[in-house]
Design a protein. Sequence first.
Length: 313
Amino acid sequence: MSAPGIRHFLADDDLTPEEQARVLDLAFELKQAPYDAKPLAGPRTVAMIFDKQTLRTQASFAAGIAELGGYPMLVDGALAGIGVRESVSDVAQVLGRQASVIVWRTFAQTRLEEMARYAGVPVVNALTDEFHPCQLLADLLTVREHKQQLAGLTVAFVGDGASNMGNSWLLAGATAGMHVRIASPEGYLPDAEIVERAAKIAATTGGSATTGTDAIAAVTGADVVVTDTWISMGKEEEAEARAAVFAPYSLTTELFDRAKPDAIAMHCLPAYRGKEIDAEVLDGPQSVVWDEAENRRHAQKAILTFLMEEATS
């Protein structure tokens, strides 16, 4: 079972508001001097497991781990057969004796939680069906770079609010003291339990968490406008039906113009121009998507450093 004092990063609200600010401060520092800090010197091994398709996650973790002085050990999820060939708990106990940290990009959140119970080392959520907390750290770092603050800003998320990105924006945005508005079609709004979790956090940070079906109302006056693909991994068979349902929630130039004149547009990628976002928005002067993609590396270096420091404190 997980050793006492081991911290994991499984969901966005695993960090308190103070800890989130500390991690973002560290990410900023590491970005300024990317080769100076070596908390993984040895090199210490970080096991990276990928059950889902990946580009930014694998590239940013591998580069970041190397920059921290560590060794990124790639574990092919299909070859490992986690949960099929061997149980999650058995894999956790094997990898926990080979690596200092385990990073897992997988499907159900329950699999990740089981890994954390048995690994005996920090476990990091590199994406599950429910949450994408490393992406949100990168997004918050990006917003802070462009807006010089987080608390008090309004962020509108339009599209599939019941997705991992919708859930993570609610929790991470509330933790940062932001006003998070989710606009989704009926049947695709975030789970009430996630909204309640976010609202409780927001009550302590001065932020807010609201959901609804009106995309125009959500985007009007927003400082940050976020969207994501309508077809998450594992839901490809729903592509045609989803395209019809989500069409009114496309981040078009007309919708984006409802935001503040200096608003920024965000998308965690991969993006499908002409579907969930217009090419003119994604590739336009107010888009910060490439900064987001780069900041995955810096934010993940910060959370790895934080977890290692917590494990030894």
